[in-house]
Structures are given as C-alpha cells and as structure tokens.
Design a protein around this ligand. Sequence first.
Ligand code: TXA
Ligand code: MG
Length: 362
Amino acid sequence: MGRSCEIYRLDPEKPDRRAVERAAETIKRGGLVAFPTETVYGLGADALNPRAAARIFEVKGRPPDNPLIVHVSSLRMARLVAAEIPERALKLVEKLWPGPLTVVLPKSPEVPSVVTAGLGTVAVRMPAHRVALEMIEAAGRPVAAPSANPSGRPSPTSGEHVVRDLDCRVDVILDAGETFFGVESTIVDLTRTPPVLLRPGPIPVEVLEKLLGERVVVPPEARGLRASERPLAPGMKYRHYAPETPLILIDGDPRAVERVIEAAVREAVKARGMRFALAGPDELVDTVASMLLRRGAKPAWIFRLGPLYDTTVAARRLFKTLRRIDEVGAVDVAIILPFPERGIGLAVMNRLRKAASRRVEA
Ligand code: TXA
Ligand code: MG
C-alpha cells in the first residue's frame, strides 16, 4: 500500500488560494507541508508546536542536534521567535527580507527547544516566495522548515524532487516548479561580534558587510573546508548534499587554469576503464573533455553547469545535476571542476566540498 498525501501543482505567481489555505490548515493542526521557497523546497511544521516539529526530524532522518530554520511572514512574527532583534539585524533584514538571508538571534521562550536543538539561539528567515509567504501568513504562525531532502542528500529544487524524496511521508506537498536560486539561504550569526558567516548562500558576504558597516568573519567551515569537532553551526559537522556516486572535486582557483585542467586530466586518466562523468564550468569542462578524447579517456557523461563567471547559473543547476549523476545510471565516479569563490560562487564551492568524497588540490 502506498502512502497518501495531497499534492497541489501551483502557479508560483498566482497560487491557488484553496491549496494555500489547505496547507495553512495542515500546519495549524500539527501536520507537515512541503513548500517552495526562492532557494530550495522546505519541509515545514508549526514552529511553536514541539510534536509537529519533532515529526520533521523523523521524516528527514535528521540528527536531533541539528536545529531548524524558523520561517516568518512579517517582522512582527520574527519578534515572536527572537528574544530581540538588535539594530544590527534590522540593518540587514530591512533591506534583504523577504529574501535568501537567515539571521541567528537570541531565541525567545516561545520557541520549543526541539526546534533549536536546545540552543539559546534561533535561526530566522522570511522567504521571498509568494506560496511560502501566503502559507505562513494564512497559518498565522512561524513555520520551522529544513530543506525537504532526506538528511545528507542534495536539496530539492523542484516539486518533482520533493515528490520523489518524501514519498508522501508528509500531509501536503505544494509544487510550484523550480526554485529561483537553487542553493539555500545565506546564514549569518549576529549573536557574535564580529558577525560570523555560518553558511554562504545567494546573498554575498560583501553585501552583508556593506549593509552592516562591519567585517563579517568567514571561517574555513563556511567555505566547506574542515568539518570541525565543535562546529559553529551544528549542521556543519555532517556530510551534506551528497549523491550516491562518489565525487572527486578538483579544488583550486579556476584562474589557475592550467593547474586545474592538469589535475582533472590526471584524475580522469586514472579513472579510465571506469564509467566516469565530468561536471563543472562550461569552459573548463569543454577543454578537459577535448584533451581526454585525444588520450582515449572519454567521459561517459558531461554536465556543463554554466559559465565560469556567472555562478548564478551553476547555483541553479547544482543540486539537479548531483541528482542526475545518480540517475543517468552506472556512473562509477564523477570528476567536478571548480568555480570562483565570488558572490554565489562561494555557496557553490561550499556545497561541492561538502558533497565530495575526495578533494584534489589543484
Ligand atoms: O534556504 C534555506 O535556508 C532553506 C529553505 C527551506 O528555507 N532551509 C534550509 O534549512 O536550508 P536546513 O535545515 O537544510 O539548514 C539549516 C542550517 C543547518 O546547517 C543548521 O545547523 C543551521 O541552519 N541552524 C539552524 N538553527 C541554527 C542556530 N540556532 N544556530 C546556528 N545554526 C543554526
Ligand atoms: Mg538542508
């Protein structure tokens, strides 16, 4: 017997009111709803209901020490979940909300400890997606939601991914097609001085620094290098975003083109005899592929993620491509070429480093 859930296909610009109401009702009575945001799909429940929030951990297979982001539809709602919204936070959220920015603030007693994994802080964000905002507004309460993938796997960037990943273990799925950014929100911890970037995302650090008028610390973990024993964000210590297929990431500044290409060719030649895939910036992938052809090491699959210097394209295609690498079948290993760590490129490299089973320094 298959499980059953309600799936609604929505126009992201003009979502059907009844479907949104239905999702809001489900949240209110303690159910689970998968919903679109501008970054990735979320798996949501009433953030003020500890039993509902606990179900999120169950369905995702998420370790209980990894806290959830609380989604709000107004500043008033943010004030309900955060003990205070300091001046510094206002500088950011007044300009960037709704949008792909999550701020870590002192938590209010309203938020059950299961949501924040027992921490004294809470991560808050106001998503810039009509469906998400209207659902939260209609529910009249904050919605706790991690990305809607099973723990450790690539995040869902389309309704199709969610339907496949969750297999109706939630009550309602709102499918509004593909998400806009394709990588999760930028997370900045404002309870520390200076503020610390916990996860790079669509809002670049440079933008945060400009609005704050102060430096933002970018620890190695935020670049995806070093999973420390006592991580800054609990989620940092787990492997993430990983497909089943092993990934070898050629890591280095892509401006050192020759070194990057040489390392990629070396790894590919080693993989000769296996079915290997090649993925990365269009220009680098093309060069490496043609060099390999001459050496009789032909990739079974080539995935062009987008131009080197417009990393927004790669961000949008990233998780879908990681899923495709598993789906095309019988790929033994995938060799991935690097993007520049500027703007959203930092988020792309962070996700790739966490997804990689091996990193080769170029
Ligand atoms: O774009 C996004 O942020 C998406 C959409 C659905 O909104 N959500 C998302 O949630 O990416 P999730 O659970 O996949 O990632 C949340 C991250 C985790 O790394 C978690 O450890 C961290 O936020 N986090 C949550 N609360 C925190 C807190 N109080 N202090 C530090 N890190 C926190
Ligand atoms: Mg996630």
